[in-house]
Design a protein around this ligand. Structure first.
Ligand SMILES: [Zn+2]
Length: 197
């Protein structure tokens, strides 16, 4: 079996069967052979109130209640935005889009995620993968899962295969189970071939 590891400015590779060790020198001005990876996590929740405007993952979902928030209250896109900004070391969604700024009132969260992604991509990051969980007692999100994945892929400019969306109920327990809130969590992996300082 081959064993490879990055050592200093190069890669050491050892083939046990052949008993051969090779060190390949990689000067720092040559792009890295192995990408730098960074992980980011995102979490958000919004209160459910009377209304019919429920948007999750950039998709309008028919429901008898709505999420309350300063923007369009898209709980999943807010979590993803925070995860992207966190992984890229760019702060958080509140710093980038303060809720004290009237411009952000009722704002489309897809626009906010796209702006956050543009900054991360501008710093040389590309998406490794994104894994999300939405906690909602109702409505059932299964039928909307593909549309949500496709929309996220469209905003992040990647293939849908890099994105996974899961939906969970709380089986009647806690604020999610009592249908007081909908919450979302996600983890994102960003990759870059550029050195970060
Ligand atoms: Zn939010």
């Amino acid at each position: 079996m081959d064993q490879a590891r990055v050592v200093g400015w190069g890669v050491s590779r050892y083939n046990r069967r052949a008993g051969l060790a090779v060190f390949i020198c990689v000067p720092p001005w040559i792009p890295r052979l192995y990408p730098i990876v960074r992980i980011g996590i995102g979490q958000d929740s919004h209160r459910l109130v009377a209304g019919v405007a429920l948007r999750i993952g950039g998709i309008d979902i028919p429901h008898d209640r709505a999420l309350l928030g300063h923007s369009d209250a898209d709980v999943l896109l807010h979590a993803v935005t925070d995860a992207v900004l966190g992984a890229a070391g760019l702060g958080d969604i509140g710093q980038m889009f303060p809720d004290t700024d009237p411009v952000n009132r009722g704002r489309d969260s897809a626009e906010m995620l796209a702006a956050a992604w543009k900054r991360a991509a501008g710093d040389g990051w590309r998406l490794g993968n994104l894994d999300c969980t939405v906690h909602a007692e109702r409505p059932k999100l299964g039928p909307h899962r593909k549309a949500i994945v496709d929309r996220l892929a469209q905003i992040l400019g990647c293939t849908p295969g890099k994105i996974n969306v899961k939906a969970k109920t709380a089986e009647g327990a806690g604020p999610v189970g009592r249908e007081e809130i909908i919450a979302a969590q996600c983890a994102v992996l960003l990759e870059s071939t550029q050195e970060k300082t």
